[in-house]
Design a protein. Structure first.
Length: 263
């Protein structure tokens, strides 16, 4: 199965095949788009709103504050259960118990980044924000797939055939891929588009669902046919993405590529 996408993997391809390349410079940011009386008035209103917030309210993301602001059209009910990401000041056992006592059904806890993820009712958000161990709360949004309108033109654009002609095909290198899922990887293997792929036996690595992962693996295989391929789904949230990076690195990935974006 082939997916249409932009050739985003030039740098990764050269890292896999040979010695690597320097990344492109980011385009300059046009600050003029932020100028004007309308924008300035909006920013003043935002600042005034922030000054009126209590300490716990300042911890709550504006999207959650909008949900909590009262009878607003299309706002969810207080009993609506949300997936929330919580930034922590401390994550001792007592802090974790306090999170549960205030309504959080904990799904993930990362003491390295001091973040927690779980489910909570909208009505419990303010109770969670009052905890001393909490520094910020925001809703969890899944990653979006960076799908373009090109096929595997990255093979030519990265000049990978020239590198392979010198005898470099990625042999001895493990490439980790993070995307949504690999639902049709078996079919891709049967048609010769993929070799065997490994999803590490680590709870941080997941199979996921969808097929952009299959397509991304095919692109990597086109670029570096000798490379060993690893996969994990990381699209559910930023924390699942971080878990996938750590899992693939622990499994021996020399290069990790992805097609996900998070706001």
């Amino acid at each position: 199965m082939r997916s249409r996408r932009q050739p985003r993997f030039r740098l990764a391809a050269l890292l896999v095949l040979a010695a690597g390349a320097a990344p492109r410079a980011a385009p300059a940011f046009d600050r003029d788009v932020l100028a004007g009386p309308v924008v300035e008035e909006y920013l003043r209103a935002v600042e005034a709103e922030k000054r009126a917030l209590t300490g716990p309210e300042r911890k709550i993301d504006h999207e959650l504050r909008w949900m909590l602001s009262g009878p607003v059209p299309q706002a969810p009910s207080p009993d609506t259960e949300l997936r929330v990401s919580i930034h922590l000041r401390s994550a001792e056992a007592d802090d974790v118990r306090d999170l549960g006592r205030c309504g959080l059904a904990l799904e993930r806890l990362d003491r390295d980044t001091m973040r927690a993820e779980g489910r909570a009712r909208l009505a419990d958000i303010e109770r969670l924000a009052e905890l001393p161990c909490v520094t910020a709360l925001r809703p969890v949004h899944p990653g979006w797939l960076r799908v373009g309108a090109a096929t595997t033109e990255g093979d030519v654009a990265s000049r990978a055939p020239l590198v392979r002609a010198q005898g470099y095909d990625g042999s001895g290198i493990a490439v980790g891929v993070i995307s949504d899922g690999v639902d049709h990887a078996a079919q891709a293997r049967s048609t010769g588009d993929l070799p065997s792929i490994t999803i590490p036996a680590d709870p941080r690595c997941q199979r996921g669902s969808g097929d952009e992962g299959t397509a991304l693996l095919e692109i990597v295989h086109d670029l570096a046919p000798g490379a060993r391929l690893l996969f994990s789904s990381g699209s559910a949230s930023e924390m699942t993405f971080i878990d996938s990076v750590r899992c693939l690195a622990a499994a021996g990935a020399n290069v990790i590529v992805d097609d996900l974006g998070f706001f």
